[in-house]
Design a protein around this ligand. Structure first.
Ligand SMILES: Nc1nc2c(c(=O)[nH]1)N(C=O)[C@@H](CNc1ccc(C(=O)N[C@@H](CCC(=O)O)C(=O)O)cc1)CN2
Ligand SMILES: Nc1ncnc2c1ncn2[C@@H]1O[C@H](COP(=O)(O)OP(=O)(O)OP(=O)(O)O)[C@@H](O)[C@H]1O
Length: 195
């Protein structure tokens, strides 16, 4: 069913567009509270976050906590030409600039670029996630390509509103699963077969 993924993306984006800012703020706060208590997060020394756009859950509270805890806070820069992402250390929100797609991104500062292999934890936004940890994004394949390029496997936490959890996102062979999904009231642990 090749049309299913696209139809789900359209439906889920439409749903998310309809969320009120009060609801988004409340969910974002609960998600961040759960994240900063989560043992995997607490143990991580380097964390790749994202800057929310188009009604994604806002994880800036998590970034603020990470700075306070002395963690290395990273953000991606998207390169639409080859749909790749590079990661840069960020020390404040003030240094961010509007990048591709209008997402707030770190400047392309070679001194601050971080080898993805060294990232211990990735906080992943999505359009939808399923109960097996698979993620539906905007269709660019950025995160799938990014994760596929690792030889060491960083831990991955998907972040979602309860409405974004579905039975299946019709995963393709290239789709990379999350290890956990944090929603406002629940943390899902994805059980993957040990390789
Ligand atoms: N906050 C946040 N940052 C992120 C991501 C994300 O999902 N969320 N990304 C995770 O991927 C990357 C950006 N990915 C994107 C991929 C496609 C479109 C986009 O606008 N696509 C068009 C479709 C047409 C086209 O292919 O250009 C659209 O949706 O209208 C935007 C961002 C990197 N940074
Ligand atoms: N590791 C990879 N190498 C090359 N191409 C890839 C890889 N992973 C995904 N792609 C390609 O990227 C495209 C988009 O994939 P998909 O629909 O799964 O994106 P998405 O996960 O929804 O989007 P995003 O990660 O940007 O939010 C597909 O055409 C797919 O073939």
């Amino acid at each position: 069913m090749p049309g299913s993924k696209q139809a789900l993306r359209k439906d889920m984006l439409q749903m998310r567009n309809g969320l009120s800012s009060a609801y988004i703020n409340e969910c974002s706060e609960q998600i961040c509270r759960a994240l900063i208590q989560f043992p995997v997060y607490r143990e991580a020394e380097s964390v790749l976050f994202y800057m929310a756009f188009r009604n994604e859950a806002d994880v800036r509270r998590g970034m603020e906590d990470a700075w306070k805890q002395g963690k290395q806070v990273l953000l991606p820069r998207a390169n639409p030409a080859d749909r790749s992402m590079r990661c840069f250390r960020v020390d404040s929100f003030a240094e961010l600039e509007a990048g591709a797609y209008g997402i707030s991104e770190p400047p392309d500062d070679p001194g601050r670029e971080v080898d993805p292999e060294r990232i211990q934890l990735v906080i992943v936004p999505g359009v939808a996630f399923d109960v097996n940890g698979y993620r539906l994004g905007y269709g660019g394949g950025y995160y799938d390509r990014f994760f596929a390029g690792f030889s060491t496997r960083s831990k991955r936490i998907g972040v979602a509103y309860p409405e974004q959890i579905v039975k299946t996102v019709y995963p393709d062979p290239h789709d990379q699963a999350m290890d956990w999904i944090i929603t406002p009231h629940e943390v899902f642990t994805i059980h993957q077969p040990l390789l």
